[in-house]
Write a protein that binds this ligand. Structure first.
Ligand code: PGA
Length: 250
């Protein structure tokens, strides 16, 4: 498989600048030189600069957890793609289910953000995922396809190298209830087919699984052919746990 595994940490709204420095420095020491897998850290905005500094000279890259699609303007409280570029940020998480559910982000808004990220040479980590009600109703694939198609509208094949997809079933996020490798693999294969159907080189796009990924379940997930990595919340906040996740064994 040509795709390099990617292990990404989403720190959400956790930690001080000092915490970020300690976490990023620990990870830089443990896994910063690995070049057989990509490592992405997603601190809160307040710790982006510190995290960048702590991983300087390593292969670890840093992602923002959100951004506005406009470059500037009267958008109180928002952060723009050019501001992220200005800091040296290369990646941005978009469409996380918490953004969709808690902050009301729509597929249309998320698509604008994806387009803007790509236009500013930022790699977009686009998250999709179904709720438990949707899964129980048998709508998982329909929902996921809808989110992928809407999120990637307007993205060209030439831009695909700047796209990472993350399948994060809402019922698995922060619940300790991880999807089984079989459940995740089924959806990942559908997502890849969906990307191909949009005229994108689906085989080249990394698709990460997210939702209660831990040191003790990452190995099983990573054996699946269409699971190319993980987007990790809770377990990305501890140096030892995230180190073990990066060092998953196939
Ligand atoms: P979790 O979060 O690993 O704590 O379930 C994953 C995510 O929301 O990205």
């Amino acid at each position: 498989m040509a795709r390099k595994p990617i292990l990404a940490g989403n720190w959400k709204m956790h930690g001080s600048v000092a915490d970020a420095k300690a976490l990023a420095s620990g990870l830089a020491a443990n896994v910063g030189k690995r070049d057989d897998r990509g490592v992405i850290l997603g601190p809160p905005f307040t710790a982006l600069a510190t995290t960048l500094e702590a991983v300087r000279g390593t292969n670890i890259v840093v992602a923002a957890q959100n951004m506005h699609f406009e470059e500037k303007g009267a958008f109180t409280g928002e952060i723009s793609p050019t501001m992220l570029q200005d800091l040296g940020i290369t990646h941005v998480i978009l469409g996380h289910s918490e953004r969709r559910e808690v902050f009301g982000e729509t597929d249309e808004l998320i698509n604008k953000k994806v387009g803007s990220a790509l236009a500013h040479d930022l790699t977009a980590i686009l998250c999709v995922g179904e709720t438990l009600e949707q899964r129980d109703a048998g709508d998982t694939i329909k929902v996921i396809k809808g989110q992928v198609e809407a999120g990637l509208t307007g993205v060209t094949a030439a831009q695909a190298s700047k796209i990472i997809l993350a399948y994060e079933p809402v019922w698995a996020i922060g619940t300790g209830r991880v999807a089984t490798p079989e459940q995740a693999q089924e959806v990942h294969a559908e997502i890849r087919a969906c990307a191909n159907g949009l005229g994108l080189p689906g085989d080249d796009i990394a698709i990460l699984y997210g939702g209660s990924v831990k040191p003790d379940n990452v190995d099983g997930l990573m054996t699946c052919p269409d699971i190319d990595g993980a987007l990790v919340g809770g377990a990305s906040l501890k140096v030892e746990d995230f180190t073990r996740i990066v060092e998953f064994q196939e």
